[in-house]
Design a protein around this ligand. Sequence first.
Ligand code: ADP
Ligand code: MG
Length: 364
Amino acid sequence: MDLQHRSPPGDHVGVHDLVKRYGDVAAVDSVSLGVKKGEFLALLGPSGSGKTTILMNIAGFDFPDSGRIEIDGQDVTWTPPYKRNLGMVFQRYTLFPHMSVLDNIAFPLRMRKIGRAEREERARAALKTVRLDGYGDRKPSQLSGGQQQRVAMARAVVYNPEVLLMDEPLSALDKNLREEMQIEIKHLQRELGVTVIFVTHDQTEALTMADRIAVLDHGKLQQLDTPRALYEAPASAFVAGFIGETNFWPATAANDAAPGDEVAVELEGGERATVMAADRLSRQQAVRVAIRPENLRLSADSGGCAATVNEAIYAGSVTTLLVRTKGPILRVRLTAATAASEPAAGTSLSLGWQPRHARAYAAA
Ligand SMILES: Nc1ncnc2c1ncn2[C@@H]1O[C@H](COP(=O)(O)OP(=O)(O)O)[C@@H](O)[C@H]1O
Ligand SMILES: [Mg+2]
């Protein structure tokens, strides 16, 4: 075994240089990541970015072309699923329709040859954990979507797995229930102390739930970081655009700069501004300046970039202004507190920002 690639101590689940191809497509393209014990890690990316494939390789339902999966420092790449002690919850509830809720939950225990009395006791305890005590005798069809998904969770944790794998478990639920379940799953995870790897394409869900997020695109790991670090310091224009909302203003660097330096740029449209270099930049290099809507400030004083309000979009707690500049049309976010003074369409204003809130990425 190649020692230098083993998980660092403390990693509960390790994915090492994982490669999985389907024909010419690299579904997973040399992904490495480590998940700590008790951590909630989200795998986030657009559809087709390789999230499910990674999860299936961790579960043992799929096998890589190369690379390795480790659990507790043991190579389990070729170990069958039932020997990995993992719980799984999928998007579709996959409950057995002809079995009662309690029998559904006890099913994994039956597979493990555990006696009837203990099975029932543990299934009832699991049912209680997901706040469904009293529902054991029903059939899955007599439960709502959210309740069925809670039964699926109870079934996944009934044999005390150390790792819980979840593949878009909430995507079939409507918005309110989904948000409720996000919090419930977090509580369940803390209560059980289980390590969770949670697949989602929904960036808000990942930001809400995860301790850390692995952002994937085209089978490649783009960035692995805390929600705050991903949001405030995205490593690439892709991540900046995928996590939260971002305006991009094409520009040209006016001097050389190292990452983290302030750099002067000439913005598309001809104005100059000071921004922060997110990449190493050289003079005359084409860049994309990423600025979040909430970090743009409109004022009546001159000194910023010229801007005219095109349209205001009211959405309750926030209002979004579409603002015409000498370059692109930008989105500016006003909160309810400040939106009372929302400028009318056609108003000419000055647009500014703090340099650290405008990150210049080398244009692809
Ligand atoms: N069994 C398969 N056969 C062929 N292509 C597959 C198969 N499974 C996944 N893929 C391809 O691999 C890529 C990643 O898929 P997947 O891991 O399901 O992405 P995600 O879960 O992020 O939507 C996609 O391009 C998908 O079409
Ligand atoms: Mg998927």
